[in-house]
Write a protein that binds this ligand. Structure first.
Ligand code: SAM
Length: 240
């Protein structure tokens, strides 16, 4: 193991996430593909190994510190970009059935390539806007867990993500700085989309020490027929 893998495995181990040599190898291949494809397309501004492991891989897995992943069967990751948080979670928790939605086809092609290269099963990469995909019966009110990291402010994000969560399921929005203000601003969209704020978890990244927050929202009932609105509207004209 190199020094990056050592601290990564140690820190996750302290949170009960024990990685096998195969899983560490999958993270390494993921890192190499990320850096290689990033030269041809815009996937991330972070390419240094330590930083990718801390700010992308470790950060993605922090969700599992606050949630029992054994209780999650199907998860959807909305606006996954280069695969965060869903692919690091899938590597650590292979039982997850993952659906990734992103509106940029090039990123979906990258993700598909990562999934094949890492021999990950039960990962479906869907090219499309969340507003359209969230209306399809296969994806609507369907998932135990819906995630979104660094996609939009919560007032708009609720309309993109909550339609995917089943009644009794959870939407986890992964945020940087203190989201108190945007959570306040998102009250109306929460109730319109049948969500209820359950918790806001705070953590710090281990080396950079920057703040992270995970907003956990319970889905109380099926999505009302009028949501999500036409593609573009949820972020341009959020429900306020
Ligand atoms: N979640 C990743 C992360 O944490 O690094 C990527 C964040 S990136 C800033 C936002 C991603 O959301 C982009 O890949 C973009 O294509 C996607 N996106 C934005 N609006 C979307 C929409 N309406 N439906 C689906 N994907 C969307």
């Amino acid at each position: 193991m190199n020094s990056t893998e050592t601290w990564f495995a140690d820190l996750l181990g302290q949170h009960g996430v024990a990685l096998t040599p195969l899983q560490l190898q999958q993270f390494q291949t993921y890192y190499e593909l990320l850096v290689e494809w990033n030269e041809k397309m815009n996937l991330t501004g972070i390419t240094e190994r330590e930083a990718v492991y801390e700010k992308h891989f470790y950060d993605s897995v922090t969700l599992s510190f606050f949630m029992n992943m054994d209780e999650i069967a199907a998860m959807a990751d909305i606006g996954s970009g280069a695969g965060f948080p869903s692919l690091p979670l899938k590597i650590c928790f292979p039982h997850l059935k993952v659906t990734i939605v992103d509106s940029l086809n090039k990123r979906i092609q990258f993700l598909q390539h990562v999934v094949t290269s890492l021999s990950l099963s039960d990962v479906t990469c869907v090219h499309g806007r969340a507003e359209d995909i969230g209306r399809l019966p296969a994806h609507r009110d369907a998932y135990d867990l819906v995630t979104a990291r660094a996609v939009a402010r919560l007032s708009g994000l609720n309309e993109l993500c909550l339609p995917f969560a089943r009644k009794g399921g959870v939407f986890a929005a992964m945020k940087g700085a203190d989201p108190a203000e945007e959570t306040q601003e998102a009250k109306r969209s929460l109730s319109e989309l049948k969500g209820k704020l359950s918790n806001i978890h705070h953590l710090k990244l281990p080396f950079e020490q920057s703040d992270r927050h995970i907003i956990v929202i319970d889905k109380l009932a099926a999505t009302p027929a009028k949501y999500p609105r036409k593609a573009g509207l949820p972020l341009k004209q959020p429900i306020l």
